[in-house]
Design a protein around this ligand. Structure first.
Ligand SMILES: O=C(O)c1cc(C(=O)O)c2c(n1)C(=O)C(=O)c1cc(C(=O)O)[nH]c1-2
Length: 251
């Protein structure tokens, strides 16, 4: 028997090892902790919403890359729903539109969010790293990277529980996105988890899956590090030479 098979975890232990990665989820980042404990200024909330918009608009492109790499119509049929959830379909406006409603509810204009003027280079690079990984990875590895969503319903719920109390100036229409994701993330992660548990079976494969999940956690954490520099420490890029946001807006 080969050594990597020898060290393989059974399905339940592997699932638990994936779930244990939740201890590194961005819910523990100081920026998020400040958000739910009511310590953020309106400018810090707005900065987060405007920057996270870039994640929101790239998620459907990331999911389209998964579809493009997946030869199995049964998987594509399920995965397609994620694109519809964000982009909308028929009369349903979708998640990107709900995010723009959140932006307006926190006092940003749609125009300043859509033109990405607030998107920091560090946020852009972190999100782009995710999309680039997915384009060249197998669809199963890409599904594994989406498993940070195992931990997402809790973070959406904690925003719904804490923000209205701490930030009464935020209009209630803004909370639709978080409510919508509670059920969508639970459904998506069930599928992503099944793909991952079925595909990564040897010890070496399982170690790689855990590393892929860590890569995705790194992306989410790094995104918040960039926001911390700009909005907590007031040290955005080039702050030593200018107070203007001279960084590029995406090429
Ligand atoms: O607000 C959050 O903290 C958060 C985190 C994540 C995540 O864990 O990647 C996603 C989302 N939201 C989200 O709204 C979303 O649509 C989403 C899709 C994915 C993915 O990797 O496919 N992650 C996430």
């Amino acid at each position: 028997m080969n050594a990597s098979v020898d060290t393989a975890m059974n399905r339940r232990a592997f699932e638990q090892a994936l779930r244990d990665k939740g201890r590194y989820y961005h819910s523990h980042h100081p920026y998020h902790r400040a958000m739910y404990s009511g310590r953020c200024t309106p400018e810090q909330i707005r900065g987060w919403v405007a920057n996270r918009y870039y994640y929101q608009i790239m998620i459907p492109q990331k999911d389209a890359a998964i579809l493009a790499n997946c030869p199995d119509p049964r998987v594509r049929r399920l995965w397609l729903q994620r694109i519809l959830d964000h982009d909308g379909h028929g009369d349903e406006a979708g998640g990107i539109e709900a995010w723009l409603a959140l932006a307006e509810a926190v006092g940003l204009s749609r125009a300043e969010v859509i033109d990405q003027r607030h998107v920091l280079p560090g946020v852009r690079f972190a999100v782009d790293a995710y999309v680039r990984f997915v384009r060249r990875a197998s669809w199963q590895e890409a599904a594994c990277a989406s498993l940070t969503e195992l931990f997402a319903p809790e973070i959406h719920q904690s925003r719904l529980d804490s923000w209205p109390r701490h930030y009464p100036w935020i209009e209630s229409e803004g909370y639709r996105y978080f409510r919508k994701r509670l059920s969508e993330a639970r459904r998506d992660v069930q599928h992503g988890l099944t793909v991952t548990l079925d595909h990564f079976v040897t010890g070496a494969q399982q170690a790689r899956a855990l590393e892929i999940l860590q890569f995705k956690l790194d992306i989410l954490w790094t995104l918040l590090d960039a926001l911390t520099m700009a909005y907590m420490h007031h040290t955005p890029p080039y702050h030593t030479v200018t107070d203007r946001p001279v960084w590029h807006r995406g090429l």
